[in-house]
Write a protein that binds this ligand. Structure first.
Ligand code: GDP
Ligand code: MN
Length: 382
């Protein structure tokens, strides 16, 4: 789950990271009021869950409250990379003398969180990593020991931070580490962390990604979710407790069990196809869940064939078959469907589906090959 800039910065602030004075709003009139309260120049920032808002024209400086209202009106009517702007953050404008990057994420290979910093802030870190990787300073953090002072100092030295800023930098780096740990984040990023012309360090931008699997222990953070930034199919899937991830291929997959779902995707690829999604309907799924899953798969216009791979254990194949039939009746799919049912009540399941004009398969390899062939016939218009 992604947090907005204003949400991330509010959290940062609670951990001793300096942020600009400012507030978020949904209206241009209020933007004007906030600008009046702040006084002087303000920056109006679109709150959408994508990067590169600056380049897209979603971040602009206003010299007075009147201009703040004008700019806010304009930005609130914008769409950035397909997402509507519903909120703007009105912040005190900073006079920037230098932009720094500071972030923490998980380094899977090292099995530790890693703090990264770069003196080339403001630009996306992926860009720095590609063009000048030597400009990224990394410190792995032992999760039991936390970030040590010497590590923060090493980073400060690595990015040529003038000594007068080391103390506050240490506070910011520590704050970011604790934010990352306390919120179960997978990313906590300040880009840019700026040195102002009057020599203060301020987090101008903030970004956080939270681990969905840990959200159950952060009810306060769960409430910050903005559905605008998520694929509608994934929102729908979450409602029904389905593990669903949309992919780019054209063979829709409905499988019970995460391991089996991954195996199914692998074998589709082995036979030259591309899965359209990962979908685990879970153990013991009833027909309503199957119907929901089927609708989610079929609303993707890219899907040219659906492959059902159900290994009946706790899940009963007849129950799955009933769900499929309900979904077929409602959605009236035009694409071929390949089904492999084995295990508990497979015989009853197959019987139920025998009138449904589906391609049946006995083994997983057989099913995958038939699905790949079916896609080709659809594409050829037959
Ligand atoms: P992003 O483009 O979505 O990453 O949004 P940011 O919040 O990082 O802003 C992009 C850029 O706008 C920053 O790198 C700054 O150069 C500039 N910017 C943001 N806020 C201010 C500000 O208060 N004053 C000035 N002068 N520039 C700002
Ligand atoms: Mn940024």
């Amino acid at each position: 789950m992604k947090l907005h800039e204003y949400q991330s910065k509010q959290i940062f602030s609670r951990y001793g990271i300096p942020i600009p004075k400012g507030r978020v709003t949904t209206t241009a009139e209020e933007a004007r009021n906030i600008a009046t309260e702040i006084g002087g120049r303000v920056v109006i920032k679109s709150q959408v869950l994508v990067g590169g808002r600056g380049k897209a024209g979603g971040i602009r400086v206003a010299k007075d409250p009147h201009e703040a209202e004008e700019i806010a009106t304009h930005i609130l009517a914008m769409e950035i990379k397909g997402l509507p702007v519903r909120k703007v953050l009105v912040d005190e404008a900073a006079n920037i003398s230098k932009e720094i990057y500071l972030g923490i994420t998980n380094d899977r290979a090292a099995r530790k969180p890693v703090m990264m910093a770069s003196s080339a802030g403001g630009v996306e870190i992926e860009e720095v990593a590609r063009t000048t990787p030597e400009n990224i300073i990394k410190e792995h953090i032992d999760p039991l020991l936390g970030l040590k002072d010497y590590q923060a100092r090493d980073i400060a030295i690595g990015i040529d931070l003038p000594k007068q800023h080391w103390k506050i930098f240490n506070q910011i780096a520590n704050g970011l580490w604790h934010v990352y740990q306390d919120c179960d984040a997978t990313l906590a990023e300040i880009n840019p962390l700026v040195i102002t012309e009057d020599n203060r360090l301020i987090a101008l931008d903030g970004k956080m990604l939270l681990d969905d699997n840990a959200l159950f222990r952060h009810p306060d953070l769960s409430e910050l979710r903005d559905l605008d930034g998520e694929a509608p199919s994934e929102i729908e899937a979450r409602k029904y407790g389905l593990s669903f991830i949309k992919l780019d291929g054209n063979i829709g997959c409905m499988v019970n069990g995460a391991g089996l779902a991954m195996t199914t995707m692998d074998i589709i690829k082995l036979f030259g196809g591309e899965p359209a999604n990962f979908l685990d309907i879970g153990g013991g799924a009833g027909s309503d869940k199957v119907t929901a899953a089927m609708k989610i798969i079929l609303t993707d216009p890219k899907v040219k064939t659906v492959l059902f791979n159900i290994f009946g254990g706790i899940t009963r194949c007849d129950e799955v078959a009933r769900g499929i039939l309900v979904a077929i009746a409602e959605v009236k799919p035009k694409v071929p469907m390949v089904v492999r049912l084995v295990g508990t009540n497979a015989e009853e399941g197959r019987k139920l589906l025998s009138d449904a004009n589906m391609i049946t398969a006995d083994t997983l390899a057989d099913a995958a090959q038939k699905a790949v062939t079916a896609v080709k016939t659809v594409k050829a218009g037959r």
